[in-house]
Ligand binder design. Structure first.
Ligand SMILES: [Mg+2]
Length: 128
């Protein structure tokens, strides 16, 4: 992570983009996320189907790179340790969605409304 942060910092410095406003970068992240979403406009193929679609995969890679670069730009300009903030959030998510709860949900398709409410109910019960 440090290497990519360093490369991004250099890329920003060389272009005199080291004073970009965080709000402009946040808007850019959202705009690029919309471009990623546009790839799936009017369709919602399964994971395996997407993986077999080379043209779609290349488009996804390009938009993901745009999003990730803007994310790292904002982290670098705000002097965040990208790895630290990701690990901290991952730890939070692991507690919110414990693996043992997920394994209890067999038979319910992940990402469905039923699964969502079961997770939410369990999370609220634990944190009450
Ligand atoms: Mg783009």
């Amino acid at each position: 992570m440090k290497k990519i942060e360093s490369d991004v910092k250099q890329y920003l410095d060389e272009r005199l983009w080291n004073n970009l406003r965080p709000g402009d970068l946040a808007k850019s992240i959202s705009i690029e996320a919309a471009e990623l979403l546009e790839i799936f406009q009017w369709s919602n193929p399964e994971l395996g189907t997407v993986k077999m679609d080379n043209e779609k995969i290349e488009k996804i890679k390009k938009e993901l790179a745009d999003i990730l670069i803007y994310c790292i730009d904002i982290a670098v300009l705000l002097d965040f340790d990208t790895e630290e903030i990701i690990r901290k959030k991952l730890d939070y998510i692991k507690k919110k969605y414990p693996a043992e709860l997920m394994s209890k949900m067999k038979g319910k398709e992940s990402g469905t409304e039923d699964a969502y409410w079961q997770i939410k109910k369990e999370h609220r019960r634990k944190n009450a």
